[in-house]
Design a protein around this ligand. Structure first.
Ligand code: NDP
Length: 467
């Protein structure tokens, strides 16, 4: 067998699936894992694909097994493990070898590593789709130098998911940390999408007294319309599953405290740094944090009693579907606007329609709407999605339902933080004369910060300045 030109380090959930995907597409691949027994088990379970795979016990053997110029994919936890691997590879690789960090790195780390004078070439790519995606076709958001992308693109495009039109969902989006940045925004949108689905689930469960299988059936119906998406599809399956060890719906048995690895939080922090409003994503991060405060929430219920939650006869399941359509458009509009702000700040030529197209298949936020988003984003570069004719049409139709749902939730004590945040942002974005004139007056009153006048007359301070 000729030596492979690709290697992969880290045969955990994602790395093992990615290595099998690469082997299946006809590429030879060397693999190394910190714990050798994991490598042995991986090869033993690889079936026919084992012929394509060269396992190595040591990092030195691993590098020696790859023909230069080498491409080495890192699939280890983000953070110190990546730095440790880069350090370990430094004496073993040459200047033409390429290391690709395919984990969920913080894009600041990727920028730092790219600028750190590594003795080999380096790229950071975001991979989405979980284990299933990695095995059968993930969405790939690449950052790095164009020439490195050109070199690895045949492999990444071969293993990536394909959109309905056959286009691979793998694209080079910009230099350095651009790919990991876009992946972080993807994950932020993922948090928001999941939270808004959970909110509509909550209204059906607590407001409309619907049992989980009925809620699952509603999600399944929604999945046949504009909301068609992986997350709505799996929500239907989750709500309809029965408890394999107990009785009744499994969902009713799952603890209501959400885990998180932090990528949604990174997006929220970055949005604040960029002064880019993404309130739906921020609300989703906040909601996960509140969900983890189970003891405090239980104490709150003991103090204030349960809220009067019945919404039967006030809201319909169709209202919730429309509210989710509106919330989803608003959330994506915020995510794309944040990436537009980042592109300006970091001087990246982020191609928004290309990003929407990459997200069409393979990734967790894949959805039918992304085709239309790609089209709308291409019409007028930099324009907010809510200003496109297509999505304005959708929103005119769905916002009244979002309003009814958020208002009913507020009146009946059902928390809808993400949907509510979306509506508040929408109302601000459709109001030419806002209320920040009061804030400017206050700022001038206590800090003499000055303000602009509508009539353009020079008036640096209010009358309070003379007092
Ligand atoms: P796993 O925990 O399943 O696997 C981690 C792998 O990294 C193992 O092979 C482990 O080796 C190795 N590893 C851990 N620490 C070190 C270290 N210090 N030095 C060398 N190797 C190390 O993680 P995942 O596969 O889930 O995730 C890998 C990356 O992919 C992460 O950045 C994650 O955020 C990202 N990701 C994960 C997704 C998912 O759905 N799971 C989706 C998209 C991205 P050992 O066997 O010795 O422990």
């Amino acid at each position: 067998m000729t030596k492979p030109t690709i290697g992969l380090i880290g045969l955990g959930t994602m790395g093992a699936a990615l290595a099998l995907n690469i082997a299946e597409k006809g590429f030879g691949i060397a693999v190394w894992n910190r714990t050798t027994s994991v490598t042995e088990k991986f090869v033993a379970q690889a079936g026919n694909l084992a012929q394509q795979i060269t396992p190595a016990e040591t990092l030195t053997d691993f590098v020696a097994a790859i023909a230069p110029p080498r491409a080495v994919i890192l699939m280890v936890p983000a953070g110190q493990a990546v730095d440790d691997q880069l350090t370990a590879l430094a004496p073993l690789l040459g200047p033409d070898d390429l290391v690709i960090d395919a984990g969920n790195a913080n894009f600041h780390d990727t920028n730092r590593r790219a600028a750190s004078g590594l003795p080999f070439r380096f790229m950071g790519i975001g991979v989405s789709g979980g284990e299933e995606g990695a095995r059968h076709g993930p969405a790939i958001m690449a950052g790095g130098a164009e020439l490195d992308w050109a070199r690895i693109a045949p492999v990444l495009q071969a293993i990536a998911a394909r959109a309905e039109d056959g286009t691979p969902c793998a694209a080079h989006l910009g230099p350095d940390g651009a790919g990991h940045f876009v992946k972080a925004v993807h994950n932020g949108i993922e948090y928001a999408d999941m939270q808004m689905i959970a909110e509509t689930y909550g209204v059906m469960r607590d407001g409309l007294a619907m049992p989980a299988p009925e809620i699952g059936a509603a999600f399944a119906r929604w999945n046949a319309g504009p909301l068609q998406s992986y997350l709505v599809e799996i929500s239907a399956a989750v709500a309809q599953a029965t408890d394999p060890v107990g009785q009744g719906p499994l969902l009713d048995m799952i603890v209501d405290a959400a885990g998180q690895k932090g990528t949604g939080r990174w997006t929220a922090i970055e949005a604040q740094t960029l002064a880019a409003p993404i309130p739906v994503i921020e609300a989703a991060v906040m909601a996960r944090n509140v969900s983890a405060q189970r003891a405090e929430r239980a104490a709150g219920e003991r103090v204030y009693g349960p809220a009067p939650q019945s919404l039967t006869g006030i809201l319909s399941v169709d209202d919730l579907e429309q509210a989710l359509i509106a919330g989803k458009i608003l959330c994506y509009a915020q995510g794309f606007a944040m990436m537009t702000a980042a592109a300006a700040e970091f001087r990246w030529a982020l191609d928004m329609p290309a990003i929407a197209r990459v997200w069409r298949a393979g990734c967790i936020i894949r959805s039918a709407m992304l085709n239309d988003m790609a089209t709308a984003l291409a019409e007028v570069p930099g324009r907010n999605l809510i200003l496109s004719d297509f999505f304005a049409g959708h929103l005119r139709h769905s916002i009244p339902a979002l309003r009814r749902v958020v208002a009913a939730g507020a009146m009946h004590g059902l928390a809808l933080p993400a949907l509510g945040a979306g509506l508040a942002w929408f109302d601000m974005m459709r109001t030419a004369r806002g209320t920040a004139n009061m804030i400017q007056g206050q700022r001038d009153f206590f800090g003499l910060h000055g303000f602009e006048r509508l009539d353009g007359l020079p008036r640096p301070h209010g009358p309070w300045a003379a007092a």
